[in-house]
Design a protein around this ligand. Structure first.
Ligand code: DUC
Ligand code: ZN
Ligand code: ZN
Length: 459
């Protein structure tokens, strides 16, 4: 394997920024310093930022949901990841109804292994609190699947009642696993949806009214209560947190010694609910929905104050045709498949709206996009650029401006929800385990180049 020397860059770590050279050997960071080693490839990174490759812990590739399969399979989805400097995704195994989770794990590996161009790990959705489901927790953890998503929404599909949530949290905790919670009160969402439809309020903006913030904070409060009854050994994070209220609830539990954390997405930090009112409002339908400008401001302040542990994208891509259910008219809001693209724009959105607007520093950006993510998901070789770690890097020219278009992105769809927006922070180059995987928008590695990375449990 060839070695590589990256000279003169600003190496951004969670603890600070150092202006040094970085030598990579056998796919790993070998040393950092003022170096003049001979290397097969020497990259001059003067004026550029070198970040640890991002870890996007929230993707849905080839995800069967709301009677549609997401448009990004593991090939397109991980190309999008590399395009945005994401070198590892953690995707959600989604067992079909009645399917044994271990069988679903094998299915996910078979789908992903031949297609991935980035590295990847897996979480598993538990769609039942029954014995078969719970008995799969330990064997899944042995396979490196250490986090389990539990849903409080989507009745008759994914929703678990409080009793099942309790049982699942207990079982996962017994084996030191991590709970990923989708916190929305599904019963109330269904009630509000029914009422809106009865009043013929069907356009995409009513998606927002069917899922008000209180539906999320109620569920956050309830799950924190349930998990706290299980005890202080529980490790839980709330995925796609869209309200600052839910962040504050988990913070209060942390102050009491519980390990409850929040993830949010860059999409929540940049879009408000008025996007649903536009011509392409249906393309933005995802759950929880985008909220108000005030919510965005408050959420950013929690990111600034280090109260959000991790950023994930909730990359869940549907084509325009799928969003319209293959018809010509926009369907009622509750029939629009939920999900938006996100993995390729994590870095430019956080860089432009966060770093350039003085809401976060570069070390904070690194903490919430790689260091904390690797720790939470037990990805021991990832998330840092110290000697011994996988040489996963995103190299960014901080001054370069990009006008976002579907053509420059790598997803398998022909639109971007940020079309026309000017952003900084897209990487010029993504390096995966010491090899150039993306340069100037070109993906340089083939399907199957990525590796499955096992998560390892921790106390
Ligand atoms: N929300 C989405 O928008 N898509 C997938 C599942 C989810 O919870
Ligand atoms: Zn979810
Ligand atoms: Zn999701």
């Amino acid at each position: 394997m060839s070695d590589m020397l990256i000279k003169n860059g600003k190496i951004c770590l969670a603890d600070g920024i150092i202006e040094k050279d970085l030598y990579i050997k056998d796919g790993r960071v070998d040393k950092i310093g003022s170096l003049n080693d001979h290397a097969d490839e020497v990259i001059d990174a003067r004026g550029k930022l070198i970040l640890p490759g991002l870890i996007d812990g929230h993707t849905h590739m080839e995800f069967p949901f709301m009677s549609e399969m997401t448009a990004d399979d593991f090939f397109y989805g991980t190309r999008a990841a590399l395009g945005g400097g994401v070198t590892t995704i953690v995707d959600f195994i989604t067992p079909s109804k009645g399917q044994n989770p271990m069988e679903a794990y094998k299915e996910w590996r078979n789908k992903a292994d031949p297609k991935v161009v980035s590295d990847y790990g897996l979480h598993c959705i538990l769609r039942s609190g029954g014995r078969e489901s719970l008995d799969s927790v330990k064997p899944l953890i042995d396979e490196g699947v250490i986090s389990f998503k539990l849903f409080m929404a989507y009745k008759n599909e994914l929703l678990l009642d409080d009793e099942s949530l309790y049982d699942a949290i207990k079982e996962i905790t017994k084996y030191s696993g991590v709970i990923a919670i989708h916190a929305e009160n599904g019963a109330i969402v269904d009630k509000l949806t029914e009422e809106l439809l009865r009043d013929n309020k069907v356009s995409p903006v009513y998606h927002y009214y069917s899922r008000p913030g209180i539906v999320e904070t109620e569920a956050a409060n309830r799950i924190a209560t349930i998990a706290s009854i299980v005890g202080k050994a529980v490790k839980m994070y709330m995925v796609h947190t869209s309200t600052y209220g839910a962040v504050d609830i988990f913070r209060r539990y942390r102050e009491m010694g519980y390990h409850f954390y929040n993830e949010t997405t860059p999409n929540y930090l940049t879009n408000d609910y008025t996007v649903f009112e536009g011509k392409y409002g249906y393309r933005y339908v995802m759950s929880p929905p985008f909220r108000t400008q005030d919510e965005i401001k408050q959420l950013w302040s929690r990111v600034s104050n280090n109260q959000i542990l991790v950023i994930g994208s909730d990359h869940c891509v549907y084509s325009d045709q799928q969003k319209k259910r293959h018809g010509t008219a926009v369907p009622p809001f509750n029939e629009i498949p939920n999900g938006t693209p996100g993995t390729e724009t994590i870095l430019p959105l956080l860089f432009t709206y966060g770093v350039l607007n003085d809401r976060i520093t570069l070390p904070q950006l690194v903490s919430i996009t790689s260091r904390n993510n690797a720790a939470l998901f037990g990805l021991k070789s990832k998330g840092n650029l110290l000697p011994g770690y996988d040489a996963d890097l995103a190299i960014v020219d901080p001054k370069k401006k990009f006008k976002v278009s579907a053509e420059m992105l790598h997803s398998n769809i022909d639109y971007s929800i940020f079309e026309g927006e000017e952003l900084q922070g897209f990487p010029d180059m993504t390096i995966l385990r010491g090899e150039k995987a993306m340069e100037d928008g070109q993906i340089l590695v083939k399907a199957g180049h990525g590796k499955y990375i096992k998560g390892e449990t921790y106390i």
